[in-house]
Design a protein around this ligand. Structure first.
Ligand code: DGJ
Length: 733
């Protein structure tokens, strides 16, 4: 199987990678290798001991100045060990200093995957080739134990890591930094690929070389954020989509996070990732345990595209628990950009009846259906249907929508409270506000203190009442601001450094309860679009609204960046009206459809105002999407060109896992006089196979897989700005 232990060397194999740790003669846990699959039994020969000067020597090294943790590769480096690089653990054991030292204590190996109470984690199903390694490290002087957890997903080529700390010291321990994982590399000839952005412009890919010093990304916003995504790739200098080695690290967490990549004095690189430690101060009482979230690590020697596909497969098979993972998701019409807050029951029924004619599956009623909510200044927290606005009860509305052949979904933003709400008037202390200070508002709203049991109970009670009141099959769970002033009236002041993490635990608790009580419910995550697009949320919500930017051309970049870690079946994307509401751009209806089909697909416009021509196109789009659904949801995804590098067109492809069929989409992002010919090459086909080739649904010939993959298909000349086309190939016979 995947984990081999010999002479205190732990060698972990996945199908294509090997990861190795070693307990040395002093009891220190060294990290000796991570890379391509090999059979070497002990990589510690790669570590060069030397007296490099000004590097600490632990007591166990006695007079040996060549033994220093300041440059030895370690598995879980701590502050206080003479290692001056970024570390994984800083804790005060009661002396007012944050020094500690860990030594190997014991280990266990078992079949299956560990789980993390209250936190998302990858899971194994019956028959999966998955094992767990748990290594226990003991603090040198105190009865404090750090458990390092490894989940080995052999077939998926993924290793997970997480950790928990157990305090048996008889006193309180305070933790100010505890990373989920650190990985040391024997050189630093890498680029860091990361995904930055802002609201309505998420996950722009950036590739920068590592440098002597610390490259860091963090979110202190209490959410994973639009600004940075908790997923990074370390790629060799020559690594591209198809070639070269690279490593991925993703955090399964929806709160603030911290990632650091340091190149040290000897040119070694260290990558650490975990929860945001900017204000962390976790007071761990004697007998208690503190657990940090999981990271998902992947390695590919065949380029970043292959790494992404490993992540997609692992997320799909081992992270998404919802029954909707394997089901055909509904093609939705959402009323947000159609009406914003200005709707009544009749308008919604009008949209639904148009949607039924186009073959859509579901109407989603967005913001504005509850309490006093005709704009975004009031009402959050009052999750009671505004029957006056709807002109009927919610059940009556839903029944009518169902009668038209559509299912029904509804928007909620349960973590929030408006000051102008009955809830706030009754419970002003339920909102995060630092006593004696004015609140920091975001979108004119405050955040509920989800560290409190009574708040959680209220949210659940309101959500359950809503879901029990009508035939609701989907909710869109939104969250429209960053956290600030996170003071909880229920915690003593020394414990305020726990609030942001406890908030996330509160969120996960509600989402867990919701999933348990309504296993058939499809939940879409959202945070002003993609402000919380992370692995943590995907554990509870199998799809996430990717961005509040619905412009097809900007979505090319946003969806491209998102595809590095997250399967496209989790990326929610809709066709919206033109000129686009976010940037005023006009794009062909066809192109908007092709871009939205890259993800879960749906519409977000007033269907009754569409031209007859667009309605015909929409019907065709819905048919095309449903026809190729299996390919889109279960196929392998290939980024064919990058919207960041290729100014003329962006292309992507879905190929069946057995290579028998594939769909390739192309969107032209520029037009030229006297245009040049462009070929685009398919991936993932069977070279000897003979394929029927369709362009925009019409047969254009037959080609071998080898021809399609080596020569490719000739792109048509764009007929207008932002034109697009699609190719579908299917193996004959
Ligand atoms: C932000 C979301 O991303 C939008 O799609 C919409 O649901 C609004 N919130 C509603 O307030």
């Amino acid at each position: 199987m995947g984990i081999i232990v010999k002479d205190k060397v732990f060698t972990i194999h996945t199908k294509n990678s090997t990861y190795q740790l070693k307990v040395d003669d002093k009891g220190v846990l060294l990290h000796t290798y991570y890379g391509a699959r090999t059979d070497e039994t002990d990589y510690s020969y790669t570590i060069m001991a030397a007296d490099v000067g000004f590097s600490g020597n632990i007591a166990a090294s006695v007079d040996d100045r060549t033994y220093s943790l300041d440059f030895f590769p370690q598995e879980y480096p701590v502050l206080g060990s003479g290692d001056y690089r970024v570390n994984c653990l800083e804790m005060d054991l009661g002396q007012g200093v944050k020094d500690c030292m860990l030594f190997y204590d014991s280990h266990t190996i078992y079949s299956g995957k560990y789980s993390l109470p209250g936190l998302p984690a990858l899971f194994a199903e019956e028959g999966d080739n998955v094992e767990t390694l748990e290594i226990v490290m003991k603090e040198d002087k105190e009865e404090v134990y750090v458990h390092l957890l490894y989940g080995v997903f052999f077939d998926a080529d993924i290793i997970t890591r997480a950790a928990f700390i157990e305090n048996k010291s008889g006193k309180e321990v305070s933790i100010s930094r505890m990373m989920s994982a650190g990985v040391d590399f024997s050189h630093s000839d890498y680029d860091m690929i990361h995904f930055h952005g802002r609201h309505a412009n998420e996950r722009n890919m950036e590739r920068v070389p590592l440098f002597h010093g610390i490259f860091e990304l963090r979110s202190t916003r209490g959410t994973s954020s639009h600004q940075h995504n908790p997923f990074v790739v370390l790629a060799g200098k020559n690594t591209n989509e198809e070639m070269g080695e690279c490593y991925g690290m993703a955090l399964l967490y929806s709160g603030g996070f911290h990632m650091q990549a340091e190149v040290d004095q000897r040119g070694y690189a260290r990558l650490v990732m975990g929860i945001d430690d900017s204000d962390l101060d976790w007071r761990l009482a004697d007998g208690d345990i503190f657990t940090v979230p999981e990271v998902m690590m992947g390695y590919s020697k065949d380029g970043v595209g292959n790494l992404s596909r490993s992540y997609h497969n692992a997320v799909f098979h081992h992270l998404i628990r919802s029954k909707w993972r394997d089901r055909q998701r509904p093609v939705i019409v959402n009323n947000w950009e159609a009406t914003y807050f200005d709707f009544d029951g009749e308008k919604l029924l009008d949209i639904a009846s148009q949607g039924a004619k186009l073959g859509l599956d579901m109407l989603v009623l967005d913001d504005g259906w509850f309490g006093k909510r005709d704009d975004d200044y009031s009402g959050l927290g009052d999750w009671v249907v505004n029957e006056k606005k709807l002109g009927c009860s919610l059940k009556e509305l839903v029944d009518k929508v169902n009668d038209m052949g559509l299912s029904f979904g509804i928007w909620v933003e349960p973590e929030m409270i408006s000051e102008d709400s009955d809830l706030y008037r009754q419970h002003p202390d339920w909102a995060f506000v630092v006593p004696g200070r004015e609140p920091i508002r975001g979108r004119s709203q405050l955040v509920l203190d989800m560290t409190r049991d009574d708040v959680i109970e209220y949210i659940e009670q309101r959500l359950f009442a809503l879901l029990d009141s009508a035939n609701i099959q989907y909710i869109k769970w939104d969250m429209n601001r960053s956290l600030a002033g996170t003071y909880s009236g229920q915690l003593r002041c020394e414990r305020q450094g726990e609030v942001r993490h406890r908030f996330v635990l509160g969120l996960y608790r509600v989402l867990e309860d919701l999933n348990k009580r309504y296993p058939e419910l499809l939940i879409e995550g959202c945070s002003g679009g993609g402000g919380r697009f992370d692995m943590g949320m995907l554990y509870y919500t199998p799809q996430i609204w990717c961005s509040d930017n619905t412009d097809a051309i900007e979505r090319l970049r946003i969806q491209y960046g998102t595809s590095f870690a997250y399967p496209m079946s989790s990326v929610s994307a809709h066709v919206s009206v033109c000129p686009n509401h976010q940037n005023g751009r006009v794009t062909p209806f066809k192109t908007r459809g092709i871009c939205a089909m890259q993800g879960t697909f749906g519409y977000e416009l007033d269907l009754s105002l569409m031209s007859d021509e667009d309605k015909e196109l929409a019907k065709e789009q819905v048919e095309t999407f449903k026809k190729h659904y299996r390919l889109f949801q279960f196929g392998d995804y290939y980024r064919i060109t990058s919207p960041f590098d290729n100014p003329d067109f962006t292309a992507w492809e879905y190929a069946d896992k057995d290579g028998r069929e594939a769909y390739l989409a192309v969107v032209f992002t520029d037009v030229h006089g006297n245009p040049l010919p462009h070929m685009v090459r398919f991936k993932g086909l069977v070279p000897d196979g003979s394929y029927k080739v369709y362009e925009d649904g019409a047969v254009i010939g037959s080609r071998t897989g080898a021809a399609l993959m080596n020569a490719g298909v000739l792109l048509p000349i764009p007929k207008e700005s932002y034109d697009s086309t699609s190719f579908y190939v299917s193996m004959e016979g």
